[in-house]
Structures are given as C-alpha cells and as structure tokens.
Write a protein that binds this ligand. Structure first.
Ligand code: PAF
Length: 316
C-alpha cells in the first residue's frame, strides 16, 4: 500500500523469528537480540508483559539518527534499573512543508544496534500509517510554553510534537519518559501537555545536554554541516559561555545579557541568529531579571542546519 506520507521512507520489515519471550506474534527480534515492535498492539503487549514482571518501563522517544546524546539518555535509564523502550519515528506532523522531513537522516538498522548496545529492551518503530491512520483528525494545540521562540519560527512544530508524544505515551503507558534538555522548549511543552491531559502519573526525566569536546551540543542535524560549518557552530555554545561569564561578574539584567549574546552570535562567521532570549524554563515566558530557573536559549542558522542550544545562567 502506498503511504499517505509520500516523502517519508517507510522502513522495510525484517523477517525475524517471533520473540517468544514476549509471546507476541509479529514483534521481531533484531540481529542484536532487542525486540522490535512495529504495531501499537505489539508494543502494548510488550510493555504489558514487562509490567506484569514489575519492571519499571521508560520510553526514550527519538526520531532515530541516534548519537551519543540519545545513548546517554538510554544508558542513564538502564543504569537506574529501568527497562527502556526506544521509539524511532520520524514524525511527519512536526515538520513544516519546507522543512527537512524527506532528507532527515534515517539509519534504522544502525539505530537498533546502538540502542541495543546501550541496553535498551525494545524498539518501537511504527510506520506513519500506524501512528496516523486514515482519517486522523486530532491535533493537540498547546498555548503557553509553545508560543514564541521555536513556536514562532516553526508555527506548526509543537502541535506535531505534542500530538505524537501524547500518542506515544498512550500507546506505551510507560512509568517514565526521558527527554533531552537541548530541546528545552519541547520539554516545557511536553510537561504542560502531560499535566493538562492527566498524563502526569508518568514521570518526566530531563537529561542534561550532551556536548561534543568543543562544546557543540549533540544533534542529529549536526551531520548536515560541512567541516567549516561545524567549526562555525561552536558560536552557539561560546555565546552561552559568554553570557554565563557576564552573570558570574554580577550582571542580572536580562535585556543586557540577551543583547550581548545576540551581538556575539551576529559577529560570528557563518552564523545567522534567529534569537537569543532569556526565559523562564517552565513557562518559556521572557524574563527581565534572572533567577535560578532562567534559561538563555539561542537559535541560529549555520549553513543548511537550524541549530538550537541553551543553558541555565545561575549555576553554583
Ligand atoms: O526530540 C525529538 O526527537 C522529537 O521531537 C520527539 C520528542 C521524538 C517527538 O517526535
């Protein structure tokens, strides 16, 4: 059957033995031994089976193209004794028509291998048609923290994120969901959705940003960068460091810090800033005076990639 998501490559099904451990008919076991569920009913049975054995089930939602940042999320959950389900789903509804849905990196076999090595118990890799069946007509519109910043630059993005994350939580009913702090506004949006839709019996764990040695935040989109653009990308984390220095020297005025950060991004080669803003990490409302919940968020175009980064400013 042709997918309605014509620019989404649907990943082929592997022909693997039934995973008897879970008693599931169509869940596959990858060469790595990790269970790969492609249907909602299979992931439900799999999670149900884990729960019946008193396991603490954690979902790490991803769009694949796993890197060390994702692996840190998986490994930290595994180290707490949790059973980790990694979802791999390039969610079409969070991309605008002009964005990189068709070129978004896809490497499912490698992702499964990496997740298995990191200790994941299962992969949930549904097709777009499984997640969005024919006639799908529901979208979760988030106000509050979804407004401004990424929400302004990508007006349809957070409705897509909110909808798919809520669906993933309902499909898998985990004990915990883990998100990365790099997407700080996404964290605030998901937290709002989980509270507003009574999904707050599931804990939300936020994992700190994982950075390359030179400070660049790990991102699947870094692979779009040429070697020169990759060097230019250091401007974002350098700018956060500069703002933290200002705060360490006693500056508390949000406008002065944001202006200085923006000036630094503007002066950086090959970087076209979108914003540098000081916000409350929970509400994403702009702040005038900084406190411990104040985040500096930056976004910029570097070559073909739109990159984001952030940091709390008051850290002991
Ligand atoms: O952060 C991401 O990779 C995505 O936005 C998420 C949370 C997996 C939803 O598609």
């Amino acid at each position: 059957m042709l997918s309605r998501w014509s620019d989404q490559r649907v990943i082929g099904q592997h022909c693997c033995p039934v995973l008897r451990r879970f008693g599931i008919s169509s869940t596959q076991q990858s060469a790595t031994g990790v269970a790969v569920a492609r249907s909602i009913s299979d992931i439900r049975s799999l999670v149900g089976d884990l729960r019946s054995r008193d396991a603490h089930v954690t979902i790490v939602p991803t769009m694949g193209a796993l890197h060390a940042g994702h692996i840190a999320l998986i490994e930290s959950s595994v180290s707490r004794g949790e059973r980790v389900v990694v979802s791999i789903f390039v969610n079409p509804t969070q991309f605008a028509a002009h964005e990189d849905l068709s070129s978004y990196p896809r490497q499912e076999a490698r992702d499964i291998e990496m997740a298995a090595e990191a200790g994941a118990t299962a992969i949930f890799a549904p097709s777009p048609d499984e997640v969005y069946p024919d006639g799908f007509a529901t979208s979760i519109q988030v106000h509050g923290p979804a407004q401004g910043f990424e929400g302004a630059s990508r007006p349809t993005h957070f409705a897509g994120v909110a909808t798919v994350v809520a669906k993933l939580l309902l499909m898998t009913r985990p004990d915990t969901i883990v998100l990365g702090q790099k997407d700080a506004q996404q964290v605030a949006v998901v937290r709002r959705v989980m509270t507003d839709l009574n999904l707050d019996d599931i804990s939300l764990v936020v994992h700190p940003i994982v950075r390359e040695d030179d400070g660049v935040a790990m991102s699947s989109r870094n692979r779009y960068l040429s070697s020169q653009e990759r060097l230019n990308a250091r401007a974002l984390s350098r700018t956060l460091g500069h703002a933290k220095d200002l705060v360490a020297r006693g500056e508390r005025d949000a406008t002065r810090i944001a202006d200085s950060a923006l000036a630094m991004l503007n002066a950086s080669d090959g970087v076209v800033p979108d914003y540098a803003a000081l916000v409350d990490a929970s509400t994403f409302a702009p702040v005038t005076h900084i406190d411990r919940n104040t985040l500096l968020c930056v976004a910029a175009q570097v070559g073909p990639a739109r990159l984001i980064d952030n940091s709390f400013l008051l850290i002991d």
